[in-house]
Design a protein around this ligand. Structure first.
Ligand SMILES: NC(=O)c1ccc[n+]([C@@H]2O[C@H](COP(=O)([O-])OP(=O)(O)OC[C@H]3O[C@@H](n4cnc5c(N)ncnc54)[C@H](OP(=O)(O)O)[C@@H]3O)[C@@H](O)[C@H]2O)c1
Length: 252
């Protein structure tokens, strides 16, 4: 159970090699002695490194093989993650951001974005919802993006997938009201992670540790939607309401 200070005892990371998910897990591990982490990710050096850094902080880490595109395996994966103890927080962190110009012109690239970012997110969301409803407690954290707020010319394939997954998790939060479970939808702007490596900072760019702190706070306070940094909320509200002829001329 999440304790009175809002600290979880067992965290499930779906896409556990994500820089943002790792930063959030480190933050919880520093605050919760003996934190248990179930790290669901594709095998490889990134996963090994994620396990090692959490164990160095005193966390007890279990590993599960996870591929976001293997939707048939997701219900069983969630069941295994919760087999020994309740999941207090599940972080839906996996995602792809490829070359945006390739993404709308190359069939494979577009379909991968849709499969991982939208279909995969929905596919884990349904068994996660069933789990936290049955437990009567638990928080699902969905890593959405400001890119889903209004589709922009520069990254509309990625943005469209994030718009879809964001709508799904906002709706899931509404559906789970009254069950004891909760959904936090996190909407970061540009975060300096391996996903954005080699790209110039966008305005209000931030670091994974800042997003992690916002996630930890959002879980403790049972927020519905968290913008990171907070100023993004006003910025995206303005962008959302720009008349289309003006929006079209912006270099976005
Ligand atoms: N960075 C940003 O600017 C930013 C802004 C807003 C929202 N977000 C969102 O935040 C989340 C975390 O991103 P991040 O910044 O932490 O980037 P990241 O470090 O690149 O993490 C993304 C993770 O997704 C995993 N992944 C990709 N395809 C997968 C698949 N088919 N099966 C399983 N795992 C898969 C990757 O795992 P592997 O190690 O196996 O490749 C990778 O570790 C993503 O959903 C992203 O869209 C990021």
């Amino acid at each position: 159970m999440i304790n009175a200070l809002g600290r979880p005892q067992h965290v499930l990371l779906l896409g556990g090699t994500s820089d943002i998910a790792r930063a959030a897990a480190r933050a919880w591990a520093r605050e919760s002695e003996g934190l248990r982490v179930t790290l669901a990710a594709r095998p490889g050096g990134g996963r090994d490194a994620a396990v090692a850094e959490l164990e160095a902080l005193g966390a007890r880490v279990a590993v599960l093989d996870f591929d976001a595109e293997d939707t048939a395996g997701h219900p069983e994966l969630v069941r295994r993650a919760a087999a020994e103890r309740d999941v207090d927080v599940a972080v839906v962190a996996f995602g792809v951001l490829g070359d945006e110009e390739q993404a709308w012109q190359d069939h494979d690239s577009a379909v991968e974005h849709a499969r991982v970012n939208y279909v995969g997110a929905v596919s884990v969301g349904v068994p996660l919802a069933e789990l936290v409803r049955r437990q009567g407690h638990g928080v699902i954290v969905a890593l959405s993006s400001v890119a889903g707020e209004r589709a922009r010319r520069s990254n509309f394939v990625y943005g469209s997938t994030k718009a879809g997954m964001d709508a799904f998790y906002v709706g899931l939060g509404l559906a789970l009201r009254g069950t004891g479970a909760h959904v936090v939808v996190v909407r970061p702007g540009h975060v300096r992670t391996k996903m954005t490596a080699g790209r110039a900072d966008a305005p209000l760019a931030t670091d994974p540790e800042v997003v992690a702190a916002a996630i930890v706070d959002g879980v403790a306070r049972r927020r519905d939607i968290v913008w990171v940094p907070g100023a993004m909320r006003g910025v995206m509200s303005a962008i959302r309401h720009l008349p289309r002829p003006v929006f079209r001329r912006l270099p976005l």
